[in-house]
Design a protein around this ligand. Structure first.
Ligand SMILES: Cc1ncc(COP(=O)(O)O)c(C=O)c1O
Length: 474
């Protein structure tokens, strides 16, 4: 549960964003606020401090708190989706190697890959849990069960139950991260040569898996606020034999949107009627800034053919490589595929994650880190809006830590990424997010870094590269 001051701050943010308070307006005084709401003065002060931290208000000496002039956020233009999409193969993607090399370079400012900086992870807690897990000596001397350590599967099932889906622990397959969960899910419902539908733009790791499995792909236009176009998907499903559709409905990578429950249900209906398996990637679902977690597809339709994938890589530690996939209908196929891929995921890491979950420390960490992500995203959005030229547009997510930027038409984001790398900054060029290298003038930025002078330098340098684009980036 959030503290009262956080709820109060959130309420003011909502009202400021709705225009109830305009820039320059004075907010109620501390004493008035605490008397009217029956709160302590400390709570009222903490709420205002939080608003100040996030750039919504400013304190004026002896006058109180005033709404600040926030830069106008130019939102992304909306895509048109009337045309019939056509199947294709995944090509390009060479830039991924340069980006992954940058991740291990300590001098590089990493805005490209979606890997949060160390301060966003509960490293001490994970370390202690790992040490404890190595004491299970007997487990170290054998293979773990292919489906995963029962201790962890029970903890995952409990978490999913809290989020509205009564998962059977026996149906959960623990995987080496989310990447393996997606790969097993795809292999369980397709054969090489089959056609799968993806959001466009979509997470490039997914495109890599599709390519490595010899699948064909069809890109469905995806709205930066509403999610996958149901009209375009329906049109595609009427023309092509689509075996599976993969979506990231909550705090989408890269666009940041969350689909409404109504649209999630319509999507499930559309695909279920045509017997198309749904692969749901809920990697960022726990990272919303609001109190209530958005519903997963599987919690809205527990009896539909949904293969639900998730990972602890963004919320606990990417290095543990712990994810999972659960499905009512494909459990046996998934278990066999896991066994034939790598027998089982290491028990030490599984037991460590299980004990972090059981201790309640994970939930406490999530409560803290969600707010930290929100502050980091807000800060980056404000900075970008101040520095980027007017033709740039930006998504503003309500969870996670990714931003999707549309740049002026003449910018080639592959060239921009190369030019930025030379200055010690990594970004993810838009071409990576499409099997046909669409999104030439888009980039994805990760905000999950502690803000310091290096971040100021990185954003200023990027903005200069875009603003004064020469032949190296255009
Ligand atoms: C949407 C999405 N799915 C899956 C993954 C892969 O997760 P993992 O690092 O656990 O393999 C990522 C990682 O960036 C992601 O953003």
């Amino acid at each position: 549960m959030a503290h009262r001051y956080q709820e109060l701050a959130q309420e003011f943010i909502h009202n400021i964003e709705k225009g109830l308070y305009q820039p320059g307006d004075k907010l109620p005084g501390i004493r008035t606020l605490s008397t009217d709401r029956g709160l302590s003065m400390i709570t009222a002060v903490s709420a205002y401090r939080r608003l100040e931290e996030q750039g919504y208000v400013e304190a004026r000496q002896r006058s109180g708190y005033f709404v600040k002039l926030r830069p106008v956020i130019r939102k992304l233009k909306l895509v048109k989706s009337a045309e019939l999409p056509a199947p294709c193969l995944v090509t390009g993607q060479e830039m991924i190697l340069a980006m992954s090399k940058a991740v291990s370079d300590p001098d590089c400012i990493k805005l490209g890959s979606a890997v949060p900086g160390p301060s966003f992870f509960p490293i001490q807690i994970v370390h202690k849990a790992l040490v404890k897990a190595t004491q299970h000596m007997q487990r170290l001397a054998g293979y773990e069960q292919p489906a995963g350590a029962p201790e962890l599967r029970i903890q995952i099932a409990r978490r999913m139950a809290m989020q509205g889906y009564l998962a059977d622990a026996d149906n959960i397959i623990v995987t080496n991260g989310g990447q393996e969960a997606l790969s097993l899910a795809l292999r369980a419902v397709t054969q090489p040569g089959d056609l799968v539908a993806v959001e466009s733009p979509t997470f490039y790791g997914l495109l890599q898996i599709i390519k490595s499995l010899g699948l064909k792909v069809i890109e469905i236009p995806t709205h930066p606020e509403n999610g996958i176009s149901l009209d375009a998907l329906q049109l595609a499903a009427e023309h092509w034999d689509i075996k599976a559709c993969i979506v990231i409905p909550n705090f989408n990578n890269p666009q940041g949107f969350t689909m409404s429950d109504e649209r999630k249900l319509a999507l499930i209906r559309l695909l279920s009627e045509r017997k198309i398996s749904i692969i749901e990637d809920d990697t960022y679902g726990d990272l919303g800034y609001n109190q209530s977690r958005p519903a997963s597809l599987v919690s809205l339709a527990p009896h539909a053919d949904i293969l639900y994938c998730n990972t602890f890589s963004k919320s606990m530690s990417p290095d543990l490589r712990i994810g999972w996939v659960t499905s009512r209908f494909h459990k046996n196929a998934l278990e066999l595929l896991k066994f034939s891929s790598n027998v089982a995921t290491s028990s030490v890491t599984q037991l460590a994650v299980a004990s972090v979950l059981e201790s309640g420390k994970y939930e406490r960490h999530l409560r803290k880190v969600r707010l930290e992500y929100q502050v980091a995203v807000d800060r980056m959005v404000i900075k970008l809006c101040q520095l980027l030229p007017d033709e740039c547009h930006i998504t503003v997510p309500k969870g996670g830590f990714l931003l999707w930027l549309q740049l002026p038409e003449h910018i080639d984001s592959n060239l921009l990424a190369n030019a930025a790398l030379k200055k010690g900054i990594s970004i993810a060029p838009g071409q990576l997010f499409s099997p046909t290298q669409k999104y030439r003038n888009y980039v994805r930025l990760s905000c999950a870094r502690t803000w310091d002078a290096r971040m100021d330098y990185a954003i200023k340098t990027l903005a200069d590269l875009i603003r004064f684009a020469d032949s190296s980036v255009a």
